[in-house]
Design a protein around this ligand. Structure first.
Ligand SMILES: CC(C)(COP(=O)(O)OP(=O)(O)OC[C@H]1O[C@@H](n2cnc3c(N)ncnc32)[C@H](O)[C@@H]1OP(=O)(O)O)[C@@H](O)C(=O)NCCC(=O)NCCS
Length: 170
């Protein structure tokens, strides 16, 4: 019992990737999702936007959970565009993001989606290591979307990263 309480209080100290489970969101997860979004992205969605996304048949959302509490999410549409991926700061660099990408790849293959794409704001490419991380996941830079994204409230160019899952003629 004491060990179980300690586990909940200091998850990052005894954390193992095998304890991260992937599941679909439920209404009770919304506050966790909002919190992760707020702490991780410059354009956090409102609760109504998240509700809409959860109900949208063209979106697929996966949560990474620790003791059933969400610690990360990925949302992708049926065109293969990853709209958001974010991991709670204390759970980063432990393989959670990789696990979510693997899940979305599996889903996309089942849905006959040819490839996955994600747009990274230019500023984020220069300040963080997101591009290197995407390369590690198999995504390759595929072009620039001129004035394609909003970052910190300012419209700027975005780098499009693509991961080919299946050739068109396969
Ligand atoms: C980008 C982001 C989603 C990555 O998620 P993450 O869970 O931290 O990533 P991972 O842990 O899977 O991979 C990070 C590193 O952990 C390492 N790692 C540690 N344990 C691991 C394990 N068990 N399995 C796989 N990788 C592991 C990986 O090798 C990787 O190493 P690297 O730094 O050399 O690339 C996360 O940092 C984030 O939420 N950032 C803020 C939001 C954001 O920028 N979103 C993208 C906007 S375009």
């Amino acid at each position: 019992m004491v060990a179980a309480i300690g586990l909940m209080m200091f998850p990052e100290k005894i954390y193992s990737i095998n304890m991260i489970k992937i599941r679909k969101p439920e209404v009770t997860d919304l506050n966790f999702i909002l919190d992760i979004d707020l702490k991780s992205t410059d354009d956090p969605w409102t609760i109504d936007q998240w509700r809409g996304a959860c109900l949208n048949k063209d979106s697929y959302i996966c949560l990474a959970t620790y003791f059933n509490d969400p610690v990360g999410f990925i949302i992708c549409n049926t065109a293969g565009r990853i709209l958001k991926i974010a991991i709670k700061p204390t759970f980063r660099n432990k393989g959670v993001g990789t696990k979510l990408i693997e899940t979305i790849k599996y889903w996309a293959v089942q849905k006959n989606i040819l490839g996955l794409g994600i747009v990274v704001p230019e500023s984020l490419c220069y300040t963080g290591n997101i591009c290197k991380w995407l390369n590690k996941q198999g995504f390759l830079a595929n072009g620039i979307l001129k004035d394609g994204v909003k970052y910190c409230g300012i419209i700027e160019d975005g780098f499009l990263f693509l991961l080919v899952l299946r050739k068109d003629n396969e």
